[in-house]
Write a protein that binds this ligand. Sequence first.
Ligand code: AHR
Length: 673
Amino acid sequence: MKRLLLQLPLLLITLLLQLSLKAQDVKTINIQVDKPTVKIQPTMWGIFFEDINFAADGGLYAELVKNRSFEFAKPLMGWKEIQGDGGSGNSLIINRGNENINNPRFDRVTVKSNNGYYAIINEGFRGMGIQQGKTYNFSVLARKGAGNTKIHIKLLSADGKTSLGEADLQGFTTQWAKYTVPVTATATEAKGQLSVAFSNQGVLDIDMVSLFPQETFKNRPNGLRVDLAEKLADLHPGFVRFPGGCIVEGRDLANRYQWKKTVGNVEDRELIINRWNTEFPFRSAPDYFQSYGMGFYEYFQLAEDIGAEPLPILNCGMACQYNTGEVAPLDQLDPFIQDALDLIEFANGAVTTKWGALRAKMGHPKPFNLKMMGVGNEQWDVQYLDRYKLFAKAINTKYPTIKLVTSSGPSPSGDKFDYLQTELRAQKANFLDEHYYQSPDWFLQNAGRYDNYDRNSSKIFAGEYAAHIKEPKNAKESEVMNTWISALAEAAFMTGLERNADVVQMASYAPLLAHVDAWQWRPDLIWFDNLRSVGTPNYYVQKLYANNKGTDVVPALMDGKVLEGKDSLYVSSVIDKDKKLLIVKLVNTSTKDVAVSLNINQMVPQKCKWTELTSANYMDINTLDDPKKIYPVEKEIMLTKGVKWDDSVAGLTLKRGSVNVLTMTFPQTINIR
Ligand code: AHR
């Protein structure tokens, strides 16, 4: 009793402190958990893939040899010739023209003496990532001429002086055939090389020189780099948009993306220059081509492997309007439209159909269950509408259940945007694709962008977005644009997307991937070198939202209003009817900690998981060397009736500049309307 009396002043002070804090500072947010407003589509949070920044060749596609088929503009780009141990030989690039129209060139290697060797050394994509103890399959298409020339391959260190694994190939015949030999690396090297040495006097024709890790994502043949694909899978995206982006359009129509050239045998896929090779002179990449080793089949397979809906975007008969702006005449649009119809058959058709049979031959007799498709990327003006109408008519007639995604132009407002939105809504377009690369401030100002959109009109696909800060001078790290402030602003904005999930049914950050030594565009969601990858703060924001998607939006109100910036707070809440969860996302963009208390229909959650993402400085970034500087921290908090939220006397304290996700289960069944 005496002890209690002694403690009384302290208890009183605490109580007074609680009361005064509550009176002055605590924001009470009312969550109407029993009044769901709108459904959240399973597709809500997805990913946007484009072969920019070496995202496919040199990135997600696991091939380590650059220019494996000698089809680059300079046929030996990426290769270096060596005369070893007094040997003498040469490469002659031969074009077999009609004999193999898609992959015309091969290398005729002549070894002129039995002494020493002649070698060609491949530099990889800014080096080759080789890991100790991992096995790599070397393969080559070969045909012998005179003599019995042999091949000896070596994995080499960055300086070329140390061998990291070796293997031999011989016994070639006079007919083209594929030869494969495994080689296991004895050390790890981020910038390795591959030496292919030829000995014994004679002639050997070679093509499709490949070094491929045996281990790929889900061990798919011709598959994907494991760490990168796993990072995508961890997002649990609702859809995968592919193959872009501007790459769909091409700088001109000849260089547009044509899906039919990306399927079938890998050696029959016709390589083209990557549009990002020359797009930005200050970041030019003369060695950037599209081998299409990762083509439409691989994209569909990826989507299936990570449980996402495939969302292909096709060229609509228009090249990039920022470049040539070439258009196919309306009376010559049929081949473009036919490509779209055939793609649906490739994805969904019976194995007895022409394109369904190809899918089956490639290893996937079951349909991919394609449900939607984009017509054009960032197109605008009447030229687009004219072409879209013809596509829509043909696709809707033959495949009425396929939903179409249409362009809103390159910007989120302005004449081009208004014109397309008005016209396409009048035509009852299914999805309008909106793009915004804007300042963090724009994202904060626009958290309520969709509150007043027409609920009964076309739906929105926020198909490309990212908060861009002003480029800091002399920034050393590539990841420097993926600052904490940009991620925070996106998180705030995304509460508005989620709250309006009846209107915005799909959203994807862009671009997705970037090689630290070979990027053209930044910021990007995931950065990588040849061995490592790092999720940016923006990645963790995407992950938090996509992994806590819920099934229905429920109101989260302060003073009867949604929180879209008042007192620098951005809040959205959802329930997951299947898992019986309430999930509240709270973003505090202010420079002060903010105390909140949640009134959830007077109920007390049984358990609460609090995931917090924050950082001390707005310019903080994650790098390959410090990948978890900004990383979600999870803790369980206990809540009891009558007791305030943990961690602060007055409630839950949201740190200055923080993204918070509360996941709660309830003891009683939620009585939902
Ligand atoms: O994401 C990079 C580019 O931005 C895309 O290719 C294009 O659609 C947009 O302009």
